[in-house]
Design a binder for this molecule. Structure first.
Ligand SMILES: [Zn+2]
Length: 141
C-alpha cells in the first residue's frame, strides 16, 4: 500500500461517524469566503478589520466544529432547519416574481392571517372574503 492510500484510508477512518459537509456547512463556507473577501476589501479600517477577523474566526470555528462533530442527531437537526429556512426564502422570492409577472390578477394579503388572495384585475372596488379565515379585505382592482 502506498502512502497516498494510507492517508486516504486514515482520513476515511477519521471522518467515520462524523458530520462532514452538509448543506449548512457548505453555506457556512460561502459565508466564510464572503467575510474573507469583505475583510480583504474593507479591512484597512482598524475597527472593520477587527470585526471581519472575528467573524472569520467565528464562522470557521463553527464550520470545523460542525464538520468534525460526532453528535449527528443535533447536526442533522440544524441542517434540516437551515434547509427549510432556505427553501422558504427561495419559495417566497419565486412566488413574488410570479405574482409580479401576472398582469391579469391582483394579489392582496389578508390582514388577519397573512393569506394571499388573488383577484382578477378590473373589478373596481370589491370586498374579498379570505378563504382561510373568513376575514374581509376591502380592495380596489
Ligand atoms: Zn385571512
Amino acid at each position: 500500500m502506498n502512502i497516498l492510500h494510507k492517508i486516504r484510508d486514515g482520513l476515511i477512518r477519521f471522518m467515520y461517524g462524523r458530520n462532514g459537509m452538509d448543506h449548512l456547512n457548505r453555506a457556512l463556507f460561502g459565508v466564510f469566503l464572503a467575510v474573507y473577501l469583505g475583510g480583504a476589501i474593507l479591512g484597512r479600517n482598524e475597527i472593520l478589520g477587527t470585526v471581519f477577523y472575528l467573524l472569520q474566526v467565528a464562522v470557521s470555528v463553527t464550520l470545523l466544529y460542525r464538520t468534525f462533530s460526532r453528535d449527528l442527531g443535533k447536526r442533522r437537526a440544524e441542517n434540516q432547519k437551515f434547509v427549510n429556512w432556505w427553501w422558504s426564502i427561495k419559495n417566497k422570492s419565486d412566488g413574488a416574481k410570479q405574482r409580479h409577472a401576472d398582469k391579469d390578477h391582483k394579489y392582496f394579503t389578508c390582514k388577519n392571517c397573512g393569506a394571499i388572495c388573488r383577484v382578477p384585475v378590473g373589478k373596481g372596488k370589491i370586498v374579498i372574503t379570505c378563504p382561510k379565515c373568513g376575514g374581509e379585505i376591502h380592495a380596489k382592482t
